[in-house]
Design a protein around this ligand. Structure first.
Ligand SMILES: CC(C)(COP(=O)(O)OP(=O)(O)OC[C@H]1O[C@@H](n2cnc3c(N)ncnc32)[C@H](O)[C@@H]1OP(=O)(O)O)[C@@H](O)C(=O)NCCC(=O)NCCS
Length: 181
């Protein structure tokens, strides 16, 4: 199938049950804590809807949900460096705290993979997000996938609670982002 056979659109909280089902069935990377695959995933997605962040779904010809992407914005300091995220504010003529976007979810059900859905959902998100954005991944090929959207790998290491599992942190900056000192 081609991407024109799919519809990508914003989805409301009523899709929670369907998302959890897909997550439990197919999201096998990064879920190092078994408890994550239950109420925690519901809590995670609640945050996206409660705080007016975005969850987008991809639907096939039968209008079945076959993929999703979600992202969130917050103003916490950089958890890895302990300093604020800043951007240059043209009007104020100085750097101001900007917060950061986190791209936290991306999944396509296996049967529909390789049809450009993942790539199209990524581009949809990046067209809607203004500013610095990060994500994490647990497989090396995904670093290349994210690099193709302008992300750069800024860290890789072992998951603290599970030293057998590696993870990578990727970041895409806007032109106004400043290096932390
Ligand atoms: C990641 C994922 C969403 C990609 O979805 P998809 O719809 O198959 O992606 P696309 O069809 O847009 O293809 C993406 C690219 O990745 C490449 N790719 C896909 N699977 C790959 C693999 N196992 N190894 C290497 N490259 C791979 C494709 O060749 C394609 O490259 P191209 O656009 O340069 O041709 C899907 O594999 C998935 O749901 N994986 C499980 C969940 C997951 O890992 N999510 C990411 C969490 S960080």
């Amino acid at each position: 199938m081609k991407i024109i056979d799919y519809d990508i659109r914003s989805i409301p909280r009523s899709y929670m049950r369907r998302i959890i089902d897909l997550y439990i069935k197919y999201q096998d990377v990064g879920a190092t804590d078994p408890g994550f695959k239950g109420w925690r995933i519901a809590r995670q997605f609640s945050h996206y809807w409660d705080r007016n962040n975005e969850v987008m779904g991809c639907f096939d010809k039968n209008d079945d949900l076959v993929g999703f992407i979600a992202w969130i914005h917050n103003h916490i300091d950089d958890p890895y460096r302990g300093v604020p995220f800043v951007e240059f504010d043209e009007e104020k003529g100085r750097y101001v705290r900007s917060g950061i976007w986190w791209h936290e979810q991306l999944l396509v059900v296996p049967k529909h993979r390789g049809n450009d859905i993942g790539r199209t959902m990524m581009n949809t998100m990046l067209n809607m997000v203004n500013g610095r954005i990060r994500n994490t991944c647990h497989e090396e090929w995904l670093v290349k996938f994210y690099e193709s959207f302008g992300f750069e790998n800024i860290y890789h290491g072992q998951v603290p609670k599970n030293p057998d599992q590696l993870y990578w942190i990727n970041e895409r900056r806007s032109e106004h982002s400043q290096e932390e000192s």
